[in-house]
Design a protein around this ligand. Structure first.
Ligand code: NDP
Ligand code: GDR
Length: 348
């Protein structure tokens, strides 16, 4: 059951000798689940912010990470973030909550700006208020994105590459990134911005292209679906495994100084490559008759050459990816084959 946050008064957080405590916004999402598993495995007391009066994903979180304590709150509601800080009394805050689907961000630009952009500022303000301006006591991770590079100025992209976001989502993330940097510079906040390139897993939302393909391929193999309808097949991305990327988030907050880090594989693959790998997992080499295109899934402005250079993370954090793209696609298709088989109606 989610815990209802008491509203006022606001008390400064007091710290005593105890296990480390972490507050995760976006705990019901792909990264939130992996991060909660990672932190509980390390002995943290983990608190997760959940929004809505009856969030259907609460059950999922409780089954995957049963020890986590859930707190009601929303990134559009500052008082609820202050209350969440008071309840959790965290040493580390991971701000993963966002409207994260780039395609939706053109259709709901204002909401995206409010949650994905202003939500970062509200979370930082909640930390500042609850720590009475002593922000360095709480380590803060902001889930920034390669979408900030957008129409790229150089290839590959590093922490020093200039931003040129191409979607309302990318613009909102850029605002969140600069707010994170600004609170570090203004209030001595231990605030890190992880500039993460695409990362995927069997827990990826079905609206994202990798999962749409892995699930579609599994359903085609089981005779449950005839085709997959996609947008731009020539788009390319630098795709890694989400389990590897949450490890980097945690590592950033364990450093002696806060900083910004690009996290990426340094490889780029097209949607056609993704289709090749996914279909070959079920024994189909020519997928052309199984794939349709629909302009509805095209972007108003595409980002073309996103390739990350994670040299700083490798050198400073000792981080490197452990799952390559072929293994990732196979993992996702296999997981969807298993879950779709279980979902298949009797006799189908
Ligand atoms: P998901 O879309 O899977 O999860 C998004 C989370 O944000 C969900 O838990 C969702 O909760 C929550 N959320 C949405 N709106 C609000 C709100 N108003 N208040 C509080 N929480 C809210 O994203 P991922 O796990 O893939 O990504 C995590 C973060 O990392 C996001 O910020 C994303 O933008 C960023 N990112 C992701 C990358 C990727 O490739 N996965 C790459 C770079 C950055 P609910 O269940 O209620 O909808
Ligand atoms: P992205 O991921 O926009 O990179 O954002 P997504 O999987 O949505 O798109 C990747 C590329 O695939 C092309 N594409 C399609 N995409 C979707 N969703 N559906 C389709 O049918 C389709 N057909 C082709 C897109 O044009 C695009 O080029 C993800 C999110 O997790 C963000 O939150 C995160 O910040 C970035 O990754 C890094």
């Amino acid at each position: 059951m989610a815990q209802t946050a008491p509203r006022l008064p606001v008390h400064p957080v007091t710290y005593s000798c105890r296990v480390p405590r972490a507050l995760i916004t976006g705990i019901t999402g792909q990264d939130g689940l992996y991060l909660a598993e990672l932190l509980t495995g390390k002995g943290y007391a983990v608190f997760g912010l959940v929004r809505g009066q009856s969030n259907p994903k609460v059950q999922l979180v409780e089954s995957v990470v049963p020890g986590v304590e859930l707190i009601e709150g929303d990134l559009t509601d500052l008082p609820s973030l202050i209350s969440a800080m008071e309840i959790a009394q965290p040493d580390e805050v991971y701000n993963l909550g966002a409207i994260s689907y780039v395609g939706l961000s053109w259709r709901q630009a204002e909401l995206t700006g409010d949650v994905t952009g202003m939500g970062v500022l509200r979370m930082l303000e909640a930390i500042r208020i609850v720590t009475s301006n002593d922000m360095g006591r709480v380590r803060f991770y902001q889930a920034s994105s390669s979408e900030m590079f957008g129409k790229v100025r150089e290839v590959p992209q590093t922490e020093a590459t200039a931003f040129h976001p191409r979607s309302p989502y990318g613009v909102a993330k850029t605002f969140g990134h600069y707010m994170t940097v600004n609170y570090r510079e203004s209030y001595d906040a231990f605030a890190c911005s992880g500039i993460l390139f695409n990362h995927e897993s069997p827990r990826r939302g079905v609206e994202f292209v990798t999962r749409k393909v892995s699930r579609g391929v599994a359903r085609i193999a089981l005779g449950l679906q005839d085709t997959i309808t996609l947008g731009n097949l020539d788009a390319r991305r630098d795709w890694g495994f989400a389990g590897d990327y949450v490890e980097a988030m945690w590592q950033m907050l364990q450093q002696p100084e806060p900083g910004d880090y690009v996290i990426a594989t340094g490889e780029t693959w097209s949607i056609r490559d993704l289709l090749d790998l996914a279909f070959s997992r079920i024994g189909i080499e020519d997928w052309s008759s199984y794939v349709e295109q629909d302009p509805r899934f095209m972007r108003l402005a595409e980002v073309d050459d996103l390739i990350g250079d994670a040299a700083k993370a490798k050198q400073t954090l000792g981080w490197k990816p452990t799952v390559n793209f072929t293994e990732l696609v196979q993992m996702m298709v296999d997981a969807d084959l298993e879950s779709e088989r279980l979902r298949r109606p009797p006799g189908a």
